[in-house]
Design a protein around this ligand. Structure first.
Ligand SMILES: [Zn+2]
Length: 381
């Protein structure tokens, strides 16, 4: 990758490149913005450029050469000046002070982590997905300290990237704050987060905040045409769903997501039955929540929300062209003709339940209360 291969964020690229050219890089940045818009990608590009042996400088623009040894090490995310920290699974035993974050993990877990990092190296937009990894632990933060106290083996600048920094446990966050408070030379720490409010204010106050805007629909659409061989129409449909997030757009292309959508539409169908809906509905819910995978639940509910949004658009315009899920046009029109209630209320209800996913509400309960709400919206007359 090079700067110009990263989508959008032109203003931020300029800020980062100027900082590198003028050698005025802060000790810590926080890249804040929605999930899936390329915050990690920007952070990696910064680290690559600042460490390149032969950077290409042209007026106010600086780019890595892509050829030198340092650049090649960055292609694998294996550069000794880079520390990439992400949420990892909890090990089986308690953590000791000297443990590496990998010490307590099984070989297959470590293999999964390596695999995910190598995909990330190839595609900086990849969302790292390691099962049961919800938190950044204190042992990962202690790695930073170790890294910073070792003398540099390479010229250049050491860069620590903490991806989804909001996942730090309270202990990890406090340990991190101590590290931030100590003076370090020739080091930049970059936090990336879509939940800036979840970070300690004392951490935030020590970081230069860079706000990353959502991506534009046309940029996402063009990326899908260039990289996923979609035709223009399909690319635009998917880009419309993505709400500014490239990662969300890519997820929509997954067959599994189509299946998930069909499942929630079936759930909606059984939940509208007059009598026996409970038993049928529980079967569906158990199936979706069995892995306790929050992102899967979020995807399922997002699909339902988009389906209702289509239905609501059709209800308002009476025009089939308002429907984005083209393959669902028939059931959507049928639903809209049958239920005369305001469908935008259903869109809101699903949006509210999506908000609950990350608030430690039991996943089954989210579905049950949502479908009861939907019954109240559609069946109350
Ligand atoms: Zn280079």
């Amino acid at each position: 990758m090079a700067w110009n291969q990263l989508i959008n964020h032109e203003r931020i690229k300029k800020i980062l490149q100027h900082a590198i050219i003028e050698n005025r890089m802060p000790g810590a940045y926080c890249f804040s913005g929605e999930e899936g818009i390329g915050k990690d990608a920007l952070a990696i590009e910064f680290a690559r450029t600042v460490n390149c042996y032969n950077p290409i400088i042209n007026d106010k623009i600086i780019d890595s050469c892509g050829q030198c040894k340092s650049c090649r090490l960055f292609d694998e995310l294996q550069h000794p000046n880079l520390l990439f920290i992400t949420a990892l699974p909890s090990g089986t035993a308690a953590e000791g002070r000297s443990d590496s974050p990998l010490d307590k993990l099984t070989t297959s877990q470590i293999d999964q982590i390596k695999e995910q990092l190598s995909i990330k190296a190839e595609n900086p937009y990849h969302q790292i997905n390691i099962p049961k990894s919800n938190t950044i632990k204190i042992s990962s933060i202690r790695q930073i300290k170790k890294k910073l106290t070792l003398s540099a083996s390479h010229a250049g600048r050491r860069v620590v990237i903490i991806s989804k920094a909001d996942a730090m446990t309270p202990e990890a966050a406090n340990a991190f704050l101590k590290t931030l408070e100590e003076p370090h030379e020739n080091i930049t720490i970059i936090l990336t987060t879509s939940k800036q409010e979840a970070l300690l204010p004392t951490i935030m106050s020590r970081c230069q905040l860079i706000r990353c805007e959502p991506l534009g629909t046309s940029e996402i659409s063009q990326f899908l045409i260039d990289n996923y061989n979609l035709d223009g129409e399909k690319a635009e449909t998917v880009a419309n769903f993505a709400r500014g997030s490239l990662v969300r757009a890519i997820e929509f292309l997954d067959d599994d997501v189509q299946l998930l959508r069909d499942n929630v539409v079936d759930m909606l169908r059984v939940s509208m039955k007059r009598n026996t809906f409970r038993i049928d509905l529980m079967g569906f819910i158990d199936e979706i929540v069995k892995e306790k995978d929050k992102s899967r639940v979020e995807m399922a509910l997002t699909m339902l929300m988009l389906w209702f949004r289509d239905a609501s658009a059709y209800q308002k315009t009476n025009s089939e062209s308002a429907i984005i899920f083209k393959d669902q046009a028939e059931p959507i029109i049928k639903f809209t003709n049958y239920f005369k209630n305001d469908i935008s209320l259903a869109v809101e209800a699903v949006e509210e339940s999506i908000q609950l996913i990350n608030r430690n509400v039991q996943l089954q309960l989210i579905f049950i209360s949502l479908f009861i709400k939907l019954r109240n919206i559609f069946l109350k007359n």
